[in-house]
Ligand binder design. Sequence first.
Ligand code: SF4
Length: 398
Amino acid sequence: MTTTTMAPEKLTPGKGCDADRSLADLLIRTEMGTKSQVSHLPKRYMGLEATELDERIEAARKTLGDRLVILGHHYQRDEIIQYADLRGDSFKLAKAAAARPEAEFIVFCGVHFMAESTDILSAEHQTTILPNMSAGCSMADMASTEDVLQCWDDLQGVEGVAGKVMPATYMNSTAALKAFCGINGGLVCTSSNAQAVIRWALDRREKVLFFPDQHLGRNTARKMGYSVDDTLVWDPFQPLGGNSEDDLRRATFILWKGHCSVHKRFTVEQVRQARERHPGINVMVHPECTMEVVDEADYDGSTEQIIKSVSEAPPGSKWAIGTEINLVNRLAHEHPDKLVYCLDPVICPCATMYRIHPAYLAWVLEGLVEGNVVNQIKVDDEVAHWARVALERMLATT
Ligand code: SF4
């Protein structure tokens, strides 16, 4: 992961590190350190300068017109967001694609699981494309289908637990795991609706198996009035997840041992320092942060809730934000009348979101102009059916 150093209010490039420069001026072969990271990109795109990429992307967009919609996740860099027809979090974007039926091609600038959800929720005639197929999510990768199926089998083998567990997955998971939830009576949640989803689950069964993010699961349980003692962590590398049968019988929340490498970096100390430096500051963090950080902050909320809070705050207000740096810097730029900065002085952008470079966007768009679909995301029909069931259950709860 690329790290850089920043002062509280202002980016200051770290010595020898290019991650906080405007990446539009970096050739992709310079930016991606290893050959394997650009292995699928045709060589002719590797030496293109930012201005040429920009002209070619705009020309392709113009040619494709309404046949194309480009979706940009909030965590994408500005050099990509500038081309997005729609901006949002993963769920908002997945739904947005369905609302643009005239668009034959949906180019999703985000990570793999998001493009899968878009394919699942979009119409039959729409094609979803992820510009760089290596743009995954390290949190989603922490819950493999095989490990979750093994966990499920183990739980069904424990007396007093079997038949009492509802599976619930965060949006940040593969389509196969969403389908697993659909098949087993469970559902999907986002960071905005996790409480409503878990309430729905606990109205129907005594326990919830929540994956892949233990922190969102724990923070949600606490907000619902449960204590940490009502939760336990399932470590897929340990027999019975590292728990005794009695532990499993006692717990209401079985939380998968997964986390977001970006949000886990925020600390209680950073929150305290923000308050010391800027008395009266509002500290808002994402619920993928640890419980201790969420407890210390003034507010926690999803990406969309963070944007809304800062946007609606009065001029002159001060905000220290605990979420991905591209979003925080954009908020700071869009609200010059407020102080907005990232809690973490050592910036660490989401490394996989970062893999969408304008060179990849140019490649896939020019392919479409020439009649070639590259990097299509196509979820198997059976998987898509059951994943849709889990997503629709979520929609019915909120
Ligand atoms: S910010 Fe975290 S959860 Fe989001 S895509 Fe990156 S690694 Fe995954």
